[in-house]
Ligand binder design. Structure first.
Ligand SMILES: [Zn+2]
Length: 252
């Protein structure tokens, strides 16, 4: 049976003479491959749809015996021309797409992953601000949207709100803040923990609540930024099992 669904095209490859395979992300199916038979030749069925980063409404069916997914036709919704024209924006978009592919989004998490990637592409299409933070904000936000939701504003041990005193730590495995008073109580921290300032904890809370449209407006103190990005990479490595090395995400 055929179904119609919106999708973001992550990757396209050719096989045989005119056929294509397409890696897609949709809001209900996660990341999967579909085949567009005759796709590279068809002038009518896939106009402008078979390019990475395209947002497309696909009619999706399956092969006769149901072994694989077939893309019957597509209508292009948006192809993000400004992202394609600009190498910096293209690089940021590709980085986000690679991350989505690396975490192997399954159908249960596909709604948040799809919305976040689509909003990020819309933001990149219109952005004229600083895009330097976008890749790590995307990784953090996706981890949060997939259910890792630490409370950055409260000590996980005593429940006191985070203030401006020095000596806070964040315990990565537990996803909890530990305040200086609890730390001075002598109970050793379990597992991986990092010292972090109150300002950086408030910035992490902001990231958790933010949407991609907010990301180009953000101004962050250098030290806050350093602490946040380090913690986010640890957090992603621990909870999603990935790290960024030499231009690729690796399973850790
Ligand atoms: Zn405490």
């Amino acid at each position: 049976m055929n179904a119609t669904e919106k999708a973001l095209v992550l990757k396209v490859g050719r096989f045989k003479e005119a056929d294509c395979w397409v890696r897609l992300l949709t809001p209900t199916r996660g990341v999967f491959n579909g085949f567009a038979f005759g796709g590279s030749r068809s002038r009518r069925r896939f106009v402008g749809c078979l390019d990475p980063l395209s947002h497309v409404l696909f009619t999706i069916g399956s092969s006769k015996r149901g072994e694989y997914i077939v893309l019957e036709e597509g209508s292009l919704l948006h192809n993000f021309p400004e992202i394609r024209k600009d190498s910096v924006r293209t690089g940021v978009a590709v980085n986000c797409v690679k991350f989505i592919e690396a975490i192997e989004v399954d159908p249960g998490d596909s709604g948040p992953a799809y919305s976040l990637l689509l909003e990020t592409l819309r933001m990149l299409e219109e952005a004229d601000g600083n895009l330097e933070f976008v890749p790590w904000l995307f990784r953090a936000k996706l981890a949060f949207d997939m259910g890792y939701q630490p409370d950055f504003l409260t000590c996980g041990t005593c429940g006191k709100g985070v203030g401006n005193e020095i000596g806070y730590h964040f315990a990565v495995e537990k996803g909890q803040v530990v305040c200086p008073t609890c730390l001075s109580g002598g109970k050793p921290l379990e597992g991986l923990a990092r010292p972090i300032s109150g300002g950086a904890l408030r910035a992490l809370d902001w990231i958790q609540q933010s949407r991609p449209a907010d990301w180009v407006k953000v101004a962050m103190d250098r030290e806050v930024r350093r602490q946040c990005s380090q913690l986010i990479e640890l957090f992603v490595a621990y909870h999603l099992g990935l790290s960024w090395e030499n231009g690729m995400f690796r399973k850790v």
